[in-house]
Design a protein around this ligand. Structure first.
Ligand code: BGC
Length: 299
């Protein structure tokens, strides 16, 4: 019995610290993006709200230029803003994929823990800000169609990556869910806008695109749903995403995809997926999950 209790306690502690270490690495410490504001230091063992941190005095920062933008909430406390926390609020979902979040002194509380900064930062919404990410994959092949194998004789998975215009990092071609938009639709739309020349296509070309890829983009599998370790997160506003894998096993469909960096992207290409890859926000964790699932599916 004592042994079992010890084991259960050990697992709880390990799971908690794993969550903290893997989820608040990028959105803790250092200067907040597009500002000169330094985050209040949060040691690993103080990320969790349940650990007492009496000295904690995070700076309060809400970028003023986003006020009034159609995609941004007003400030909390004003009579023009009566948000329905943890609910679908008109066309805006304030529901977190992480389950119900707490409201403290009128402000939604980051479900993972302290970030060293409060306010909304540069995010549009208080509480969860929803994004969607498409992971479009194929096996690496020679022009002849023959699969390329790595040193261990395993096939090499490739995915479509974009270079972000804001941070210059390689990333999945994802984006924010528009009010009322279905999350799968966001993933497909963002792929079209950022990784293909969809935005400059004529209506006829768009129609042709849709016919060619309709079946392929219908079959996305959810590979991740939840919190994202994004540099813009604060104690009261944070990013969440749903990532979908669209996989072309024999390479016949994506071969017809013409890649073209569009919208916020400044580069696009097929990249070999490896477990050591480093990508924007939590995109490397998402990609590693896809890689694992795809390699497992070969067994
Ligand atoms: C990006 C998504 C990303 C999300 C969370 C959005 O701005 O476009 O690709 O998953 O932020 O980091």
């Amino acid at each position: 019995m004592i042994k079992l209790t010890f084991y259960v306690l050990f697992c709880v502690v390990m799971t908690k610290s794993f969550t903290m270490l893997t989820t608040h690495l990028k959105c803790r410490g250092g200067i907040y993006p597009r500002s000169k504001i330094e985050r209040f230091p949060v040691p690993d063992d103080k990320v969790d709200w349940s650990s007492e941190y009496k000295q904690y005095q995070p700076p309060d920062y809400t970028e003023s230029s986003i006020n009034g933008k159609p995609w941004a909430d007003p400030n909390i406390g004003g009579s023009n803003f009566q948000p329905k926390w943890n609910d679908v609020d008109g066309k805006v979902s304030r529901v977190s994929h992480m389950g119900p979040y707490r409201i403290t002194n009128g402000y939604p509380q980051n479900p993972i823990g302290r970030t060293g900064i409060c306010g909304r930062g540069i995010l549009g919404r208080w509480g969860p800000n929803h994004a969607a990410d498409p992971v479009v994959t194929r096996w690496k092949r020679l022009e002849s169609g023959k699969m390329v194998l790595d040193r261990d004789n395993k096939p090499i998975l490739q995915f479509v990556a974009i270079k972000r215009g804001d941070t210059g990092e390689w990333a999945l071609p994802g984006g924010m869910v528009d009010p009322g938009e279905k999350v799968t639709a966001t993933a497909i739309r963002e792929f079209q806008e950022e990784a293909t020349n969809f935005l400059v296509m004529s209506d006829e070309e768009k129609e042709e695109w849709a016919q060619k890829f309709h079946e392929f983009f219908k079959e996305g599998e959810i590979v991740y749903k939840g919190y994202v370790d994004d540099r813009r997160n604060t104690d009261n506003a944070w990013m969440e995403t749903v990532a979908y894998n669209f996989h072309d096993d024999n390479g016949s469909i994506v071969g017809a995809l013409k890649l073209h960096a569009g919208d916020d992207a400044v580069g696009v290409r097929w990249v070999d997926a490896t477990p050591y890859i480093s990508l924007y926000a939590s995109h490397d964790t998402i990609l590693k999950e896809v890689l694992k699932q795809r390699i497992d599916s070969l067994r």
